[in-house]
Design a protein around this ligand. Sequence first.
Ligand code: FPP
Length: 248
Amino acid sequence: MSSDALERLRLCGVLPRHVAVIMDGNGRWAVQRGLPRHAGHRQGMNAVREAVEGARQAGLKILTLFAFSTENWHRPSNEIGALMGLLRLYAEKEKRELRRQGVEVQVLGELHRLDQGTRNAVDAIVEGTRGGDKLRLNLMISYSGREELLRAVRMIARDAAAGRLDPESIDETALEQRLFTAGMPDPDLLIRTSGELRISNFLLWQLAYTEMHVSPVLWPDFTREHLFEAVLDYQGRERRFGRVTAGE
Ligand code: FPP
């Protein structure tokens, strides 16, 4: 499939290597149609498929999707059950196709909180797609940015207390190595759907210099064309990383 936006972003120069997405608006999408919230999440799963294919098509290297926050554990149990069911369904149905497309899946977060069936499905998709070299897909599940930082600080404290780490040598790299995203470049672009202007406890360390694109579109309606438009928007930005001009 070719599109005008895809042609333009190929001509426009530097692609973001890493794009992160806060997928928001599933509930509102359902309510607008008089449907139960889980119907919005189900349609949201189709939008995940679409975004992954779009990311591959555009040549992105890493796509990180916020699929379930630790705060989401406070939702009604039937909604949590529906979301876990969709995660299992996605993992089971998409594994083969993702492997064929060269997509390597990582599932990152406090995974010990998942039920055993979901955990098994998650382990299977990670195992089954290992080695894919076209696109890395990070599904952030049971994830909280603050918890991730606390977890890293605890690891650092343990290493220092055990004499494996000199407190004076603790630098940004020491912390980054202990985040779920260790070894990955920070996101170049963060997309948030449904028009909300919040970070919502997502990748708090990693988003320090990330460009933001807020789309008014509700996540279930988000297509690869919207992704391409977000990338085009990014390509028009001047990134200065707090300096006067980029790279100086
Ligand atoms: C936010 O919408 C979305 C979520 C809490 C869950 C995201 C899940 C999916 C897109 C589907 C399953 C994912 C995978 C990876 C298979 P909301 O419910 O907060 O929407 P609202 O703000 O309109 O209520």
